[in-house]
Write a protein that binds this ligand. Sequence first.
Ligand code: NCD
Length: 305
Amino acid sequence: MFYKRDVISILDFTKNDLMELFNEAEKLVEHKGRRLNILNGKILATAFFEPSTRTRLSFATAMLRLGGHVIDLSSPEISSLAKGENIADTIRMLDAYSDIIVIRHKVEGTARFAAEIAEVPVINAGDGTRHHPTQAMLDLFTIYRHQGQIDGLTVGVLGDLRYGRAATSFIYGLSIFRPKKLFLIAPEILRVRDEVKSVLEERGIQYEELSKVDQVIEELDVLYVTRIQKERFTDPTEYERVRGSYRVDKNMLKDAKENLIILHPLPRVDELGYDVDGTVHAKYFVQAYYGVPVRMALLKLILVG
Ligand code: NCD
């Protein structure tokens, strides 16, 4: 059930919820490019206090394709935040002007705070290092669509598991299903946080932590690659130590399963070679496209049921 709900963490949703979303999104994939009138007259407000390309634009595209409208707070430098307005007052205004708010902020918990203030539903489009639930929804949808299921798969998550909210939400999202095994692959200082491991343990998900992807590449059905979150490091020398410490390229994939799919939330920096793009494994651009039908499905289910 999504009707009138906030979307703060993927952990707030059940497998049934996600299957409902995927079924709705599946229908909308077929509608590619056609405008529907499901959300005629409704207004979506976007408030992004951190950079974004795909998330902001795919939410806007989703709303417009459903017949709705979009208002954007714009960068904090040109809104009244620059005059010292606090975020709570800004949220109150967006609440008064729109039917649904999509927010991204570097401070953890901002989306939940916004949801407490706003009467209209609030969607978390990323809060610091913690949650990015709609990214996880489209990631899981991509797997479901290309592998036919999520249960029973062996999944590798590679990269910055310490600071990456996309990786964190993806791991949480997988825990809602029954994957066979997760390989959490990261350099020592970017290992997954304890609170994430606790969730996997509570939910009985088998996982193993390791440093190198080549040790397990042959076993994987899905490999989720993420960039090092440079902007989250407090110590630049720490970043320099791990920079360039892992990279997936075509050569590494020669022993991979034929049906291995490689996902990446994007943007990529240097962790995923351009020579992978032409392989049968590369699914990250179609994954980014699914951001539109999945967010269309989500907006529809939240606003009209
Ligand atoms: C991610 C994010 O902002 O968390 N990007 C996205 O939304 N697709 C991942 C990242 O920035 O590395």
